[in-house]
Each structure stands twice: as structure tokens, then as C-alpha cells.
Design a protein around this ligand. Structure first.
Ligand code: 13P
Ligand code: SF4
Length: 303
């Protein structure tokens, strides 16, 4: 199967980019695995003709926005995101109109239409820096993740108006289960993604993007970690830290069913089908693409 993928990649001069929330076998077949920020940089810099994006729709769309002349394909067009879905462009536009004189900061987990209505984009890796780049006298709208927004308000001291969106994976982690785990494993370090609710973040020893969490593990001498994000990251953590133990944080439904259902729609078979038939292609109206590119470039210029 891997030979087939190699041959198809060569035939089409294709590169496979994958997010850390993909199945381990997909991460292992990718040319590059990263967090949202690293993947958008990688997409902007590639010289491949085809980008097969193993992630969710807004990520592949971002790759297309920065690469109009490349074919960007995704294994499953239904791989969406609850955060992106929580901000429909028409309601978002009204929200902005109701808050004149505000700078609009949008988390990259949003549609091209929402990006086009925004002043600057951020990811979880650079949200603090992006908000700090805005002059103190300017008022700020932050969308669509209210939890990331709340965390950034705390980190920067800036008073932002928040859109009421959330990630369906991160919002259901259980504080009760976390406290039980901390009691059972008192030496374990708690690592959490800023898409988590504040009741999880208050217990964290370290908060960061998926890449930042992986780097934390790689650079620390601790041997046990409780992981407060999608468990796909544990594959990379375990790979480079064979003797360390990683405990996925359970959800408030009592099970460890904390995988992103959208990310996990991608499979090896769908990847082969995508590469064979160069589908499913991301197509964006050119006028919309140009508008969405400006706030993305502002982010890429800052960090
Ligand atoms: P990062 O890739 O910025 O860590 O974000 C995680 C996420 O939820 C992507 O959808
Ligand atoms: Fe969206 Fe959450 Fe899935 Fe990330 S983990 S793609 S934010 S639903």
C-alpha cells in the first residue's frame, strides 16, 4: 500500500501534509506532520504541484488560499470542524457590523468567507502574539473559539468581545476525571490545548498548541503526562519518548472517546483514492481568495 502511495505521489508530484490529530498510520505516511500554523507555512512554501491535505476542510482551504496555482485535495470533503461551523459568514458579518471600530481577529478554524471578513488570522500557536501586535487603544473582536479567546484575554490582559463558538472535542473534557487522574498520578504533568474550557486549563502545568505540547514532552524530564487534547498527538509523543507514559484525558461522558470525528474521517483507502483520482479538490472563488489571503498574510508576516 505504501508503494502505491509513493508511486502516486511521484506521478502527480504530490506532497502529503497531515495534522497531529490524524490516525497514527496517516501521520506516518505523511511528508510533513504539524500543527495548524506549521501546516499553513508548509503549504505556502511547497514546490509540489498537488497538496493532499490530511486534516479538515478549513485547513485544506487555507492551503488553497495561499496556493492558488496548486491543486489542493482532501481525502474526505465531509471532514469539517465544529468551530468553523459555529461561525456562519452571514451572522459573522452582522456581528462585525454591530461592533464598528473593532479589529477582527479570527482563529484559523473558520471558513474562507469568515477569513475574508477578518483583519487578521491567528492559530493556537500565535494567538497571544497576534493579539499583542494590535495597538492598546484598539478594541478587539475575537472569533470563533470562546475558550481560546478567554485564555488569550487572561494572557494578554486585553478586553476582547468573544464569538460564542467552541470545539466539540475540547469542550467535553471532564474536570472531575482530570482531578481523579491528578490524585492517582500526582507526579504526572497536565498538558492542555487552549481550546479547552477554563475548568481544565486551571489544572494545567503547560498550555499550548499541539506542536508546543509535543515539544514540551520532548524537552522535559518528567515521565508521566495527562494529555488534554485530541489523542492523535500521543503518537508523536510516544514515538520520540519510548519510556514515558501518556494518559489521555477522558470526556465528561465517562469514556475516552475524545478523537475528533472530523479529522478521523480520513483513512488510508481514501488517501489512495484521492491521489489516484486527484479528488476531492478545494475550489475557491478568486475574489474571495484574495480577500481571505490578506488577513492570513498579516498573520504570517507577524510570526
Ligand atoms: P493546533 O493545530 O493549532 O494545535 O490546533 C488544534 C486544532 O484543533 C486544529 O483543528
Ligand atoms: Fe475542529 Fe475541534 Fe476537530 Fe480541531 S479538534 S478540527 S477544532 S472539531
Amino acid at each position: 500500500m505504501l508503494n502505491t502511495i509513493q508511486e502516486l505521489k511521484q506521478k502527480h508530484n504530490a506532497v502529503i501534509l497531515a495534522h497531529y490529530y490524524q490516525d497514527p498510520e496517516i501521520q506516518d505516511m505523511a511528508d510533513f506532520v504539524g500543527d495548524s500554523l506549521e501546516l499553513s507555512r508548509k503549504a505556502a512554501g511547497t514546490d509540489a504541484d498537488v497538496i493532499l491535505f490530511c486534516g479538515v476542510h478549513f485547513m485544506a482551504e487555507t492551503a488553497k488560499i495561499v496556493n492558488p496555482n496548486k491543486k489542493v485535495i482532501i481525502p474526505d470533503m465531509d471532514a469539517g470542524c465544529s468551530l468553523a461551523d459555529s461561525a456562519p459568514a452571514d451572522l459573522f458579518k452582522k456581528w462585525i457590523q454591530n461592533h464598528p471600530d473593532h479589529i477582527v481577529v479570527s482563529y484559523i478554524n473558520c471558513s474562507a468567507e469568515v477569513k475574508a471578513l477578518s483583519d487578521i488570522i491567528c492559530t493556537s500557536a500565535n494567538a497571544k502574539k497576534v493579539v499583542e501586535s494590535i495597538p492598546e487603544n484598539k478594541k478587539i473582536l475575537f472569533a470563533p473559539d470562546r475558550f481560546l479567546g478567554k485564555y488569550i484575554i487572561k494572557e494578554t490582559g486585553r478586553d476582547m468581545v468573544l464569538w460564542n463558538g467552541s470545539c466539540q472535542v475540547h469542550e467535553i473534557f471532564s474536570e472531575k476525571e482530570l482531578v481523579k487522574l491528578i490524585t492517582k498520578h500526582p507526579r504526572a504533568k497536565v498538558l492542555a490545548h487552549p481550546e479547552c474550557d477554563e475548568n481544565i486549563l486551571i489544572h494545567a502545568n503547560f498550555i499550548g498548541s499541539t506542536s508546543a505540547l509535543i515539544n514540551y514532552v520532548n524537552n522535559s524530564n518528567d515521565t508521566q503526562y495527562i494529555i488534554g487534547t485530541e489523542p492523535g498527538v500521543i503518537h508523536q509523543m510516544q514515538k520520540h519518548n519510548k519510556n514515558k507514559e501518556f494518559i489521555p484525558l477522558p470526556t465528561n461522558t465517562g469514556c475516552a472517546c475524545n478523537e475528533c470525528p472530523h479529522m478521523r474521517l480520513n483513512t488510508k483507502d481514501k488517501i489512495i483514492d484521492s491521489l489516484k483520482n486527484l479528488k476531492h479538490e478545494i475550489v475557491i472563488d478568486e475574489a474571495l481568495r484574495i480577500k481571505a489571503l490578506q488577513p492570513l498574510n498579516r498573520m504570517l508576516d507577524i510570526v
